[in-house]
Design a protein around this ligand. Structure first.
Ligand code: KG4
Ligand code: ZN
Length: 370
C-alpha cells in the first residue's frame, strides 16, 4: 500500500494514537488510527531531519541532537495533529520511543509524551524503537507475525524471528559496527556526504565492484552474526594506498564495498532462513521482512528478493519513508500494545540500551552491541 493511500481520512471512532520519535537525529510525530480488525491507517506523519546540524561532523552528535529535538518537537507535534485534523482531546493514547537510542533525545520525547498523557488523561505507551521497526509491516501491509526480520539501520543490525507482538527471538546481531554505521563511516572516509548510505549507493552505481577484493566478514559462520569493522578498515587502507583518489576510484571503492556488504548479508540471511524453519517448523508462514534505513538500498533489496524467492520466502519491505526513522511506526507499535492492554506508568525510564530479546546469548566479539 502506498504512503499516500495511507494518508487518507481517519475515522474518529477508531483508536487514535499520537506517536513521538526522538531517539536519534529525526524529530518526528505522527497520528495513526488502529481499527478493530487490527489494520491501521496513517493520519499524519511529520519527520524533521537534523542532517544539516550534524553534517559537519559526519555523524550524529548526541548533545546537538537532544537540543535540536527540544527546539522543534512542540511544533512537529502541533503539525502532526493539524495534518491529521485532530486535537489532543480526540486521542486515545500517546506513544513515545523509550529506547534504545541516544539517551538525551529519548528523554526529550518520552518526557513530552508523559506531559501529554498527564494533562489529557490518556494512556502512555513507551515503545522500543526496534519493536516499532519490527512491526511496521503490520501497518503498511497488514502482515501479522510470525516472520523473519532483517533489521538494518544506523544503530542496529539484527536478524530476529518476530513470533508475535512482544515476542522476539534474536538469531544474529553485529559484533561491532551496525551496517548503516559502516555505510556512514565509509562515506566519511571517502569525503562523501552524510547520511552516507544513499551517497555510497549512488557512487556505487558508477563503479566497478570487481576492482577491489574486500573481505566478506562472518561469511560461512554457523550463527547469523555480522561484523563490519574490518570491512570498513579494509576500505580505508585501500583508499590510503591508492590516494589521491580520482572520482573513478571513489566509485570503484563504493561499488566494491557495497558488493562485499551484499554478499555478506545474503549469506547471513540464508543461515537465518534455515534457523527460522528449524525453530518454527515447516508449516509456519515464510516471509522475510526487511526494515530500518539500510532497507532503502536497492542493491541489497534486489539480492534479498532473489534469495527469498529461491528459499520459498515472500519478501516484504516497507516503503523507504517508513523504513527510515519516523513516528508512524512508533504510534503503530503503541497502538498494538494498547490494544493488548499494555500501557506504562509516568515513572517509565528512558533506556539507552533495550534488547528486543533479553534472553539472547551474547555474540562473541570485540565491542559487542547486543
Ligand atoms: O533506521 P534509520 O533511519 O535510523 C536508525 O535507527 O539508525 O537508518 C539510518 C541509516 C543511516 O546509517 C543511513 O546511512 C542508512 O540508514 N541508509 C542507507 C541508505 N539509506 C539510508 N544505507 C545504505 N543505502 C541506502 N540507500
Ligand atoms: Zn531506526
Amino acid at each position: 500500500m502506498s504512503i499516500s493511500a495511507e494518508l487518507g481520512h481517519c475515522m474518529s471512532n477508531n483508536t487514535l494514537i499520537l506517536g513521538i520519535e526522538t531517539s536519534c537525529d529525526e524529530t518526528a510525530a505522527a497520528v495513526v488510527s488502529r481499527h478493530a480488525d487490527g489494520t491501521g491507517r496513517i493520519c499524519s506523519n511529520v519527520v524533521r531531519a537534523q542532517w544539516e546540524a550534524h553534517k559537519a561532523y559526519g555523524g550524529v552528535v548526541p548533545e546537538i541532537a537532544a537540543r535540536a529535538h527540544i527546539e522543534v518537537l512542540d511544533d512537529v507535534i502541533k503539525l502532526a495533529l493539524e495534518d491529521a485534523g485532530f486535537g489532543f482531546p480526540e486521542l486515545n493514547g500517546v506513544a513515545a520511543t523509550a529506547g534504545p537510542g541516544l539517551i538525551g533525545g529519548v528523554l526529550v520525547g518520552l518526557t513530552t509524551a508523559k506531559a501529554i498523557a498527564l494533562v489529557h488523561n490518556i494512556p502512555l505507551v513507551g515503545v522500543n524503537h526496534l519493536e516499532a521497526h519490527a512491526l511496521t509491516v503490520g501497518l503498511t501491509d497488514g502482515l501479522a507475525p510470525p516472520y523473519l526480520l532483517l533489521l538494518v539501520s544506523g544503530g542496529h543490525t539484527q536478524l530476529l524471528i518476530v513470533r508475535d507482538v512482544g515476542e522476539y527471538v534474536r538469531l544474529g546481531t553485529t559484533v561491532d559496527d551496525a551496517l548503516g554505521e559502516a555505510f556512514d563511516k565509509t562515506a566519511k572516509l571517502l569525503g562523501l556526504g552524510y547520511p552516507g548510505g544513499p551517497e555510497v549507493e549512488r557512487w556505487a552505481e558508477r563503479g566497478d565492484a570487481g576492482q577491489f577484493a574486500f573481505p566478506r566478514p562472518m561469511k560461512g559462520r554457523a550463527e547469523p552474526h555480522f561484523s563490519f569493522a574490518g570491512l570498513k578498515t579494509a576500505v580505508r587502507q585501500t583508499a590510503e594506498r591508492i590516494a589521491p583518489l580520482a572520482e573513478s576510484d571513489v566509485a570503484d571503492l563504493c561499488a566494491s564495498f557495497q558488493q562485499a556488504v551484499v554478499e555478506t548479508i545474503v549469506d547471513r540471511v540464508r543461515v537465518a532462513m534455515t534457523l527460522y524453519g528449524e525453530k518454527l517448523g515447516s508449516d509456519a508462514p515464510r516471509t522475510l521482512v526487511v526494515a530500518g534505513g539500510v532497507a532503502a538500498n536497492q542493491a541489497i533489496g534486489g539480492r534479498l528478493r532473489a534469495i527469498a524467492s529461491s528459499h520459498g520466502f515472500a519478501i516484504c519491505v516497507p516503503p523507504p519513508a517508513l523504513c527510515t526513522d519516523n513516528a508512524a511506526m512508533i504510534a503503530w507499535a503503541g497502538a498494538e500494545r494498547l490494544a493488548r492492554g499494555w500501557t506504562d506508568g509516568l515513572d517509565l525510564a528512558a533506556r539507552a540500551r533495550w534488547p528486543l530479546d533479553p534472553d539472547a546469548p551474547p555474540a562473541i566479539g570485540a565491542g559487542v552491541k547486543a
